[in-house]
Write a protein that binds this ligand. Structure first.
Ligand code: ADP
Ligand code: MG
Length: 351
């Protein structure tokens, strides 16, 4: 082999694998060496045996220009959101969040005052969620702002919920409503575009407080975890909705080795989000299925828990668990059945 051989043909682009396959690829062959590692890679948080309880650990990274645009994201909101989305992953394990650490990389464009604003949001979220900020790291960056947060939580051993665990005939439940965060982003992008073309035009965001709040200041699902505890329901499987409903349904189904069927007419969408979707000419169900960043919980329960849960409007039963052989399906309003894919459902482009 020549030393100067062009190896470029053998290179694989990260894009060709996609995020999930890349993680699988890079971490293949990694098996826990310590008996205390109960769950390593592959769920919303890692699970560590600490004796009486399990400890939960989860990390998320937010990158300027990828996850947020400071043209419309106030730094205080960004700080709050960065904490909330990490707390969300602890909730997805049915756990209570306790501590966070924060890693910051900053370009020299940031002033102390700007970072104070960011930390106002962080502190507010820590107050709201009862979390202690216990450390982190700060360094410089050549490309904007990056915030990496690690959240630590705990859960009683018999209450931990994984992505795996859904059983055939279980009910599929979703908290709150879906799609609004994506619509908030579409609205902000529209107004940013208009402002760029003509800076004298003021942004028209009136009447859309809900979708904007869902995008700019999402809340972690702590209140739903509390309700489930009160109702004495332990979901058989659970995940948080960070990437859109279809992607999360596929994660639960794959991890649990089952199929999942969801019904279009059951998917909860807020009415102001629905109105905005119509105005923007977007299918609101597309936003719910594919949008992401709603930070609701998606979980499965045994049918015997249906009576306990059905009266609470916070929870919507959107489908049921089937044998794996039936695949993952989306039943449209007209009764037609479609295969659910990571990008939505197979006929989405036509609907
Ligand atoms: P979530 O959307 O809930 O934050 P992710 O899809 O980011 O979950 O991650 C799925 C799993 O992969 C998690 O267990 C996470 O800890 C793990 N993971 C993500 N990126 C890496 C990485 N670069 N190296 C090792 N594990 C990773
Ligand atoms: Mg998650």
């Amino acid at each position: 082999m020549s030393l100067f051989e062009d190896k470029s043909e053998k290179m694989t682009s990260v894009k060709s694998l996609g995020e999930f396959r890349l993680i699988e690829h890079l971490t293949s062959g990694i098996a826990p060496k310590n008996t205390s590692t109960i769950m390593g890679i592959g769920d919303d948080a890692a699970v560590i045996d600490m004796g009486e309880k399990y400890q939960l650990v989860s990390t998320d990274l937010l990158v300027e220009g990828v996850h947020f645009d400071l043209a419309y994201m106030p730094l205080k909101h960004l700080g709050y959101k960065a904490v909330a989305i990490n707390v969300s992953d602890i909730c997805a394990m049915n756990g209570d969040v306790k501590q966070i650490t924060i890693g910051l990389a900053l370009s020299n464009r940031y002033t102390v005052e700007a970072l104070e604003e960011l930390y106002e949001g962080v502190k507010l979220a820590c107050e709201r969620y009862g979390v202690d900020l216990i450390g982190g790291d700060t360094t410089s960056s050549t490309a904007g702002l990056m915030i990496s947060i690690t959240a630590l939580g705990e859960v009683e051993k018999d209450k931990v919920t994984y992505r795996a665990g859904a059983k055939v005939n279980d009910l599929v439940v979703c908290t709150g409503d879906l799609g609004a965060a994506y619509l908030g982003l579409q609205l902000l992008n529209r107004e940013k575009g208009i402002f760029k073309e003509n800076p004298t035009i003021q942004p028209d965001l009136s009447g859309n407080d809900y979708v904007l709040e869902r995008q700019l200041k999402p809340e972690a699902a702590i209140k739903y975890i509390k309700i489930l505890k009160e109702l004495e329901i332990i979901p058989t499987s659970m995940i948080d909705v960070s990437d859109g409903l279809s992607s999360e349904v596929l994660h639960l189904a794959k991890s649990s080795d089952v199929g999942i069927t969801i019904h279009e007419d059951k998917i909860p969408v807020d009415y102001t989000a629905m109105n905005l979707a119509n105005e923007l000419n977007i299918n609101p169900i597309f936003c719910a299925i594919n949008g992401g960043e709603d930070y609701e919980l998606l979980f499965t329960i045994a049918q015997e828990n249906y009576e306990k849960l059905k009266k609470d409007p916070d929870f919507t039963i959107i489908g049921f668990v089937t044998d794996k052989s039936e695949g993952n399906n989306f039943i449209a309003n007209d009764g037609s059945s479609h295969l659910l894919t990571a990008q939505g459902w197979d006929s989405m482009k036509n609907s």
